[in-house]
Design a protein around this ligand. Structure first.
Ligand code: HEM
Length: 134
């Protein structure tokens, strides 16, 4: 997708935000640069609004506000028209250093939750068995 090409500023620095729920990340243009159709002068800070980026129906489809894990069945490339805009942990040199820890923590939480439900499936109304002498 052509719009993706200039989304990130080359050679940028970031006063990054560290939080569990990051709403914005910012980048400062270190030189005059064109982002899409827009010229960004050197020194200007661009604030990337993650919430909007991750919910834009033009990128994610009309059901963007639905909790639908299956949209990721084929990875981010299958879920989003422009996969580069999926930035839950930021991007580039200032990407979140806690990303791996956070992912492991979430997997542990998920495993603990699932283990509370038990791993054995049981038929609701029992099972009828026909036994014959052979
Ligand atoms: C679900 C959990 C988390 C999310 C969604 C998240 C997201 C982010 C995002 C979007 C950024 C900005 C990156 C950028 O500017 O490109 C960031 C930066 C940062 N995060 Fe996280 N983070 C999470 C967990 C953590 C954890 C567990 C730690 C530490 C143990 C951590 C430490 C940091 C630090 C220190 C920065 C600043 C990095 C820099 O400016 O160089 N984060 N995080």
């Amino acid at each position: 997708m052509d719009n993706c090409k200039n989304l990130f500023l080359a050679g940028s620095e970031a006063p990054a935000v560290a939080a569990m729920w990051v709403i914005f990340v910012s980048r400062k243009a270190l030189e005059n640069i064109k982002v899409g159709e827009m010229w960004v002068p050197k020194g200007v800070n661009i604030w990337i609004w993650m919430l909007e980026l991750h919910r834009d129906p033009k990128l994610w489809g009309p059901d963007t506000h639905k909790f639908n894990l299956e949209r990721f069945a084929k990875g981010v490339i299958g879920a989003c028209k422009c996969p580069q805009v999926y930035l839950p942990f930021g991007v580039g040199g200032r990407v979140c250093p806690g990303q791996s820890l956070a992912m492991v923590e979430m997997k542990i939480l998920l495993a603990l939750n699932i283990s509370n439900f038990g791993l054995l499936l049981q038929p609701k109304h029992g099972v009828n068995l026909l036994i014959q002498k052979i």
